[in-house]
Design a protein around this ligand. Structure first.
Ligand code: NAP
Length: 334
């Protein structure tokens, strides 16, 4: 498994990372129920395959994702790089400290390898938040500071505090390339690694859905889909025809090249400039095996260019707004 360095830090993560959002979920959760036994099995198998990076958040299933990951890593903590995230509303200095301690307790560890600010901070002082994060780093509770869903203005403001920011975790996949316009160039300039989330577009890029109607409603909230149907909230017209036309083309390419679509999508993301680790949510051992195979796949340059050309019209249609859940006007990433 290829390892890549996280920004300016000395932390190395596998090019494929494990997204742990579904861990600790019950029937009411976004991803449905996930038994602890399944989490234990997938985490152990990932480590055995050389995947060392596990991403969770205090907000995932109200802290139960962190707990489930902590349980699954018992006895193997030192083999893993754990990232978790602080919600932006919890970044007032004293609250941030409390929340960091609570994450440490739930994870059953005394240090967090990578601590992300989950979304840009709007309600508190950015200066104070990053000063507190730097203190937590000096105290050894955090090894690396990172951000998630930050646009260029927010990145510039965060860098202006003098904090070393190693990663920006953000939505990036063949159907969602907004960050290439402004965010990737700025990250490259400051040696901030890109950590793509939703590289399979919540399953769309595995080829399992043939039409819009087959996509579960809660996976139709992004600007690829109509914005006037609940639970979408962006209000834009969407790009359903274009999205499914691209998926049909991708299906054809995968058949010709004899590559499963999930592997093509992941290998494409791993090959993009600036990408450190691609986070994918694998729910069972079969999905893990499928996704891990992508890390062994090297796509021909010609094929990559073909995929870029094929998906470019969708980038033009959906624009450079990296918040795929909100219109440009209401974008949280600026
Ligand atoms: N920072 C942020 O704001 C943010 C936002 C979103 C996600 N994330 C992180 O990124 C991680 C990954 O994103 P994601 O889980 O939303 O999306 P994703 O990786 O694009 O999709 C994951 C889902 O696709 C399906 N899947 C995965 N591998 C598959 C395979 N080989 N074949 C068929 N289906 C497969 C599974 O769902 P089914 O089997 O149910 O179809 C799985 O839950 C999250 O777990 C989280 O850690 C971060």
């Amino acid at each position: 498994m290829e390892m890549r360095k996280c920004g300016k830090s000395d932390i190395e993560v596998s090019v494929l990372g494990m997204g742990c959002w579904s861990y600790g979920g019950d029937e009411e959760s976004y991803w449905g129920k996930q038994e602890q036994s399944a989490v234990n099995e997938v985490v152990a198998a990932a480590l055995d395959r050389g995947i060392n990076y596990f991403d969770t958040a205090e907000g995932y299933n109200a802290g139960r994702s962190e707990e489930a990951l902590g349980v699954a890593l018992k006895g193997r903590r030192d083999e893993a790089v754990i990232s978790t995230k602080i919600g932006p509303d919890n970044t007032a200095p004293a609250v941030l400290r409390e929340h960091c301690e609570a994450s440490l307790a739930r994870l059953g560890t005394d240090y967090i390898d990578i601590y992300y600010v989950h979304w840009p901070i709007t309600e508190h002082s950015v200066e104070d938040a990053f000063a507190t994060l730097c203190d937590l780093k000096d105290e050894g509770k955090i090894r690396s500071l990172a951000v998630s869903n930050f646009g260029i203005l927010q990145l510039t403001e965060a860098l202006g505090t003098g904090a070393q920011i190693d990663l920006n975790q953000i939505c990036y996949n063949l159907l969602s390339r907004a960050i290439e316009v402004e965010i990737v160039p700025l990250c490259l300039k400051h040696d901030i690694g890109i950590v793509p989330y939703m590289p399979l577009m919540q399953g769309l890029l595995t080829g399992k859905y043939g039409s819009v109607d087959e996509v579960p409603p809660n996976r139709r909230r992004t600007r690829h889909f109509r914005g006037d149907v609940e639970p979408a909230r962006h209000g834009d017209p969407g790009a359903e025809t274009e999205t499914f036309a691209v998926l049909a083309q991708l299906r054809k390419i995968c058949a010709e090249e004899d590559i499963p679509m999930a592997q093509l999508a992941l290998a494409w993301a791993m090959a993009r400039p600036g990408v450190t680790s691609v986070l994918v949510g694998a729910r069972d051992l079969d999905q893990l095996a499928d996704n891990a195979a992508a890390a062994e796949l090297t796509l021909e340059t010609e094929l990559i260019h073909h995929l870029d050309d094929l998906t470019y019209p969708l980038l033009e249609e959906l624009g450079s707004n990296a918040d795929y859940w909100q219109s440009r006007e209401n974008s949280r990433s600026r």
